[in-house]
Design a protein around this ligand. Structure first.
Ligand code: HEM
Length: 352
């Protein structure tokens, strides 16, 4: 992930974003693409995302806005065209892989060299009500959503968590000791595997504390109520738009002790030798925080995101000693997500 001179100061967010994007591209298209291809997809997706807020207006009354905002419509079509030219060949090549596997009468998914990727699942999907397969254009939108929704959110969360790991060296020490205890029982094994993560309750607590204290999204996506409802004595009329103050929930002093402090231990239950984490992150029983939203439109990838965060944090702490360059500044700035105003810089020393 990093190429660095021993102990050099690294601005980590660009590496986190790129690593996360590569991982999602692999999960999406099932292929390890060339770096130049990945960069082409990334640049195109960024362009689309930057322009997106300006396109919301076009939705209000398309017949009218097509006359009033011709230039903006033109730009939207141009960007969409570019997106097609980059993503459709990748979808088609996956289609071919699937067809060839079928022709050989063996499933591509049983083949050890291939993974079941997101596009495979889209190709296999039949819309139950409409009784039809997805159009290629619909798959482009879904792949685009998959890449956009997963990259900044996870890499932002990772940066906030690592910032706290650098700021609070005692947390880093505890993490390292926990990882060592799990990994060193296997001789000659230096990579942390997915299964190891189940035996690292303190790591899980650090991730949850990161999502509570620094949720990447301070609001969920806007929702509209389908009928009049009364909430806490207030009427929300049909079609009224509602949102939730995600960050404020996680910082509520009536629910959390010292809410602005970074204290992973708050998520640990059980004695010293039997520590575990039992927390209802999806808000099925009660909602104490909701970094992924809650209910029907909850982030569909909450489990995946937590797995990615655990995997990255564990390996980063296992492989490197993370030291401060300057005092870690936890001020926030609004971009696509709530990011660190002064991105984390750390001095990394390989441990092994
Ligand atoms: C730490 C990482 C992540 C956080 C904090 C996060 C948070 C959220 C939130 C708050 C929502 C809106 C929920 C609502 O409107 O009620 C959402 C929606 C969504 N997220 Fe995530 N997310 C993360 C990672 C991911 C990843 C890795 C993917 C995909 C690979 C993903 C895909 C989506 C999609 C597709 C939606 C829209 C769901 C819908 O419209 O019903 N997210 N996420």
């Amino acid at each position: 992930m990093f190429s660095l001179t021993q102990g050099a100061a690294v601005r980590v967010i660009d590496h986190f974003q790129y690593a996360m994007f590569c991982l999602l591209v692999l999960m999406c298209f099932g292929d390890k693409l060339e770096e130049s291809k990945i960069k082409e997809i990334k640049t195109m997706q960024r362009r689309m995302m930057r322009a997106f807020s300006g396109f919301n207006l076009l939705n209000i009354c398309p017949t009218l806005t097509k006359i009033l905002f011709r230039k903006r419509w033109h730009k939207l079509f141009q960007l969409r065209q570019q997106q097609h030219s980059v993503l459709i060949p990748l979808i088609n090549s996956r289609k071919k892989v699937n067809e060839e596997a079928k022709a050989k009468a063996s499933s591509a998914h049983d083949d050890n060299d291939s993974v079941l990727c997101y596009v495979d699942t889209l190709l296999g999907l039949e819309l139950p009500e409409k009784k039809r397969k997805l159009e290629t254009e619909e798959m482009v939108s879904l792949c685009s959503e998959f890449l956009n929704a997963g990259t900044d959110t996870t890499s932002t969360a990772l940066q906030w968590i690592m910032a706290n790991v650098v700021k609070h060296q005692e947390i880093q020490e505890k993490l390292y000791e926990e990882i060592k205890g799990v990994v060193l029982v296997r001789t000659g094994e230096v990579e942390i595997e997915e299964e190891d993560l189940h035996n690292m309750p303190y790591l899980r607590a650090v991730i949850l504390e990161g999502l509570r204290r620094h949720p990447p999204a301070h609001f969920v996506l806007p929702h509209v109520v389908s009928e009049d409802v009364v909430v806490g004595g207030h009427v929300v009329p049909k079609n009224g738009s509602v949102n939730f103050m995600v960050a404020e929930m996680g910082w509520d002093p009536n629910v959390w002790e010292d809410p602005m402090e970074f204290k992973p231990e708050r998520f640990l239950v059980g004695g010293d030798n039997d520590k575990k984490v039992e927390f209802d992150i999806k808000g099925n029983r009660e909602i104490k925080m909701m970094p992924f939203g809650a209910g029907r439109r909850i982030c569909p990838a909450s489990g995946l995101a937590i797995l990615h965060l655990e995997y990255f944090v564990a390996n980063l702490v296992w492989k490197f000693e993370w030291n401060k360059v300057d005092e870690v500044d936890l001020s926030e700035a609004q971009e696509f997500t709530i990011v660190m105003k002064n991105p984390l810089r750390a001095r990394l020393i390989p441990r092994h």
